[in-house]
Design a protein around this ligand. Sequence first.
Ligand code: HEM
Length: 455
Amino acid sequence: MGKTLPSAPWGVIETALRLAREPMETLDRAKSLAGDAYILKSVWGPVYVIANPTIVDALATNFNWNIVQTTPVTSESPEPFKQLAGDTSVTSEGYFHCHYRDSLRNQFSRSRLNDYAQILIDSFGQHSSGWQQKGVIEFSQSISDVTLDVVSKGIVGVEFTEAEKKQVRTTIDQIYNLQTRYLELGPAVTSWLSPLAFGHRRMTAKTRQLFDEKTVEASRCPFAKGYIFDFLQKEVGTKNPAIDIGRKKLVDELLGLIVAGIDTVSIATSWAVRILLDHPEIVEKIRAEADAMLATSLTATIGHEQLPYTRSVLLETLRLYPPFPLIVKQSVDEMIISDRVIPAKSPLFFLAFSIQRDQRWFADPLAFRPERWNGRLSEINQSTFLPFGTGTHRCLGWELALLEGCLILALLYSRFHVESASPTKFYPTHKIPYTMKINLTPKGGVRVRLRPRSN
Ligand code: HEM
């Protein structure tokens, strides 16, 4: 029989208040008091917080069969993301999960990445003239026009009108807000509140209908040979009665990708832009790399390998400010790891934020040093670096995310001087104020003024 993990010293109410005020600092403080793996008394009941890469590794590999994504609140009222996207690769488990993950893999092949790169370059060109006219933009919102184009044109395969894009964006915002409430208040309260979320249900139904229509449009369009085409061909070919074949599943998957692929990249790049406002010397190096690349070619064969320094900046940004600082899972059956017991059906938080700022795994961990990544791309597969999660549900789009992030930063700094448009107090790079919902964003957004580069 194993021993229980040590507990953080606060009761449920004090924990909730501390988390509401300073979530990351609270989890870090608990780690310094209770150790790398501890129990937090939360509104969810005891949460098992893991800030140790060896334990994360053991859970994600040896016990991967025993770890699932979070469960529905109730079967009539599932968690908000499931209400929108049903059982997708992102939310399902076991055979379903393997099957759909496998059919998604094609979307991230080398040739498909080239298509996405071209869409991104075109979309950046179109939107950036508007940003220039406006003068001041909120970076994350503005760049999400581009990341939305990449997923919608690249994966769904058809254009969305401005009104349709707005609809998609509002739905994603609602999902993030409701998922946050789910995390803050716990499953019981969320379940009790959810009949009140009528607006969200209407919006969800409308967005599902929009995607239903788009799949019909895409399947009729001879040029939309992306995901829709691959999926229909594969599914219709297998005729496996164990799998829910059909348009509902296709719409589920597309919506899962939309939620997974748009804000994640815009948040990661907006952290980079926020950090770089204080690091003009790093901007100059990105610019030099971008200018050299643009001088040779800006074709659809661009990969993140051609922008190694810019990629290092992005990785270093993801290390200090992972968009998902907590990777939330749940155990199925009891597990004993290093003589410690984790009971069945326990919420598990893998604390990416703390692991990535721990001096045992990263030298001088609070310094922003892109150079530490030079030639060390293999490190992104380690359990010490978790912005893309770990285990069987690890991010499928990570390479697309790096490609998009590198191209966005390269195009931005090669074309513009970027200045802060808000009176900013100076903060050390590792202490920039943040807002923590389900994801971590720079507090108040990143308002910047873009001035075209004349040389
Ligand atoms: C910087 C950008 C991104 C970050 C930080 C990120 C992060 C994550 C994380 C933390 C997970 C959950 C992993 C886990 O549960 O262990 C995930 C899953 C996923 N992501 Fe990403 N992601 C990014 C971009 C993208 C993009 C661009 C796409 C595709 C359009 C994408 C598609 C997916 C999919 C399909 C999954 C579900 C995989 C599964 O459950 O099997 N992501 N991502």
